[in-house]
Design a protein around this ligand. Structure first.
Ligand code: URA
Length: 431
């Protein structure tokens, strides 16, 4: 079969800063999925997009082409409205775990199709897989049934959704082209639109532990995704939230599940509770439940009831003890003073090196590995006091984890106690 375009012409057009025609975009995404456009050609195009950008219409068309590469789910048969949340990824970001059951308390179905972690940010499925018996893979029918019966499901995205993105994301990961805003926005939104949710709340992370290190670029990513969602008929809102320091007091799979259960039991760290409630309010508002009171449902155990049913429905034993790493070591404060920096990226890399994350996507993760945090930025500490506990099954990893933390834990003898950056930095809605 003769092809409609030549890949080199498409690459050259974007290399020279021209906009791509709709037909070129449709063709190149489809031909790449079919294997006609080679990896090296798509790499060159991805780099040209990273350097020269795309306008709003090009990004919308690219997203539509990625959606068209696979199946679309349809939740219109459910008796409840649907709402989903997506985080661009951070350290200690376990919010999906308490959030999905919390929103379901109010009769809104939450289809949370999640991924595994790669690099220094953890994956929701890796966290839940530390619960004995819990199963990530569900058929579409099982997912629908659970959404109708329990109201919340967190499971692996099937391979049928946006296969073009799956292939392109793996390529970007090894060609230095992850950070392009048009490519990130279309990657995330193609999966969310294909998933068929009625409303979507985006948690766009800003800071050292996030893809976007500064608020300006994070704001541009948020606006691009909100426009894409809105144009596709999905009620979409984004919150920009701080990721300069880890969220909560744990980073690592079973450690984060334990903390999420504390939040569902009405306790847990204040920042995790604050962000869970803020995102729940946005999801409930977008799904037509503006009067719901998520803070009350978290405090009085209603969200915990849904959590227990959600985990049990996927084979998880909610009462089984969570795995604990075989070895622990503490990181101590070096002086009296105020902890002024606890860097999210440093903690994320340390948790990853301890075994909580993977270097290649086929690597196993250690359920018990990670970092436990005893002091937060703004806290006063004394020399010799534990700031972190490192957990791993393989103690030879402690050295590399400590190297990752060098410069990331700063105690200033002259620091001002109690100063914490706000967690929610901005909100972006359709204009
Ligand atoms: N998450 C995605 O799904 N895609 C990206 O490009 C970045 C984060």
């Amino acid at each position: 079969m003769s092809e409609q375009f030549d890949a080199v012409d498409v690459i050259v057009a974007k290399r020279d800063g021209r906009r791509l025609a709709d037909e070129q975009i449709d063709w190149v995404v489809d031909a790449y999925t079919r294997g006609v456009v080679a990896d090296e050609q798509m790499s060159a195009l991805a780099m040209a997009i990273l350097l020269n950008g795309m306008d709003r219409a090009e990004i919308a068309r690219w997203t539509a082409a990625m959606i068209a590469s696979g199946e679309r789910l349809d939740f219109s048969g459910l008796s409840r409205p649907t709402a989903d949340k997506h985080s661009t990824g951070g350290v200690g970001d376990k919010i999906t775990l308490p959030l999905a059951p919390l929103v379901a308390v109010f009769g809104v179905a939450v289809p949370q199709l999640s991924g595994r972690g790669l690099g220094h940010t953890g994956g929701t499925l890796d966290k839940l897989e530390s619960i004995p018996g819990w199963r990530a893979a569900l058929s579409n029918d099982e997912m629908m049934r659970q959404l109708e019966d329990v109201g919340a499901v967190i499971c692996a995205a099937g391979s049928g959704l946006a296969p073009a993105d799956r292939k392109l994301y793996a390529l970007r990961d090894v060609t230095g082209t992850v950070e392009a805003i048009p490519l990130i926005a279309s990657s995330i939104m193609s999966k969310k639109i294909a998933e068929g949710t009625g409303s979507l709340v985006l948690d766009v992370k800003v800071g050292s532990g996030a893809f976007m290190k500064d608020a300006e670029r994070a704001g541009e990513l948020a606006r691009t995704m909100v426009e894409l969602g809105t144009d596709a008929g999905v009620r979409t809102v984004a919150l920009l939230t701080d990721m300069s320091t880890p969220l909560g007091l744990t980073a690592g799979n079973a450690l984060e599940v334990r903390e999420s259960v504390e939040v569902l039991a009405g306790g847990g760290p204040q920042d995790v509770v604050e962000l869970t409630v803020a995102l729940a309010r946005e999801m409930l508002d977008a799904a037509g439940r503006p009067d719901a009171d998520p803070a009350a449902a978290l405090a009085d155990g209603r969200a915990m009831d849904v959590w227990r049913r959600m985990i049990a429905a996927q084979g998880g034993d909610v009462d089984a003890p969570l795995p604990v790493a075989r070895e622990q070591e503490q990181v101590l404060a070096e002086a009296d003073g105020v902890l002024t920096t606890l860097d999210a990226y440093a903690v994320g890399v340390a948790a990853w090196r301890l075994g909580a994350g993977r270097a290649r996507k086929e690597d196993p993760v250690q359920a018990g590995a990670g970092v436990e945090i005893h002091a937060r930025p703004g806290d006063t500490v004394r020399a010799g006091q534990p700031v972190l506990t490192l957990h791993t099954d393989t103690p030879e990893r402690f050295g590399r984890a400590r190297e990752a933390l060098a410069g990331g834990v700063v105690v200033d003898p002259q620091g001002t106690p109690g100063r914490r950056a706000p967690l929610v930095l901005d909100r972006v809605a359709a204009g």
